[in-house]
Ligand binder design. Sequence first.
Ligand code: 13P
Length: 255
Amino acid sequence: MSRKLIAANWKMNGSLAQCRELLPPLASVARDSLPLVVCPPACYLPTVAALAADSALQVGAQDAAQHDAGAYTGEMSAAMLRELGCQYAIVGHSERRHGLGETDDMVAAKAAACLRHGLTPIICIGETQAQYEAGQTADVVERQVKAVLARVVAEDLVKTVFAYEPVWAIGTGLAATPEQAQAVHASIRALLTQAGGGEAAKRVPVLYGGSVKAGNAASLFAMPDIDGALVGGASLVAAEMVAIYQAGLNTFQLD
Ligand SMILES: O=C(CO)COP(=O)(O)O
């Protein structure tokens, strides 16, 4: 299995009409050798799963509950998301950490809940602009990764995906440079290696997210520890998302 992967995070955007418009071009380019995961708002998951059905496209949710069932109004469990056709769920997106108060431990519990139910968690980590300016990137990333490692056993690590998303690069048009991102990705890989043993850690995809577009994807993908992208705004334009995916097909050494 290749450790490369490209994912689209629509955030709270889209409509039924947009699902029908955005999915067919992606379905026609998706290949098994490079997983392409579409994460629409939860209400569109059944529609997106149906549109993806006869293709290599995969479906992900944008969040998953940390609990399996119970009195948690508005939440959706990992098992429910599986029933809706999801193979993946994003957890710990900075818009949930900073906008909705999710803690490192909640994010780790969500990742563990996904793993209990056979969903692959795409675990987002990354520093804010203030932390970046204060030179705290390495410390923040280490704390966020270690919180996950405290709840996910080493043999499950290989079933996870990490996404480094510096908050200052999200939706700003100001992506990290390939070299900046590579340095952080290498440190994430080192933490995973320490925790999960060399071989398992080598197979965990570490994606980059933050202002990825067709114009910068190939230079990011050329870095040895950048295994793909978690794409926000550009994923709402079919031609952009197709071009980003094609940059992956052309740049990555795929199995
Ligand atoms: O948050 C992101 C993906 O999860 C990145 O968003 P943008 O690609 O819009 O910067």
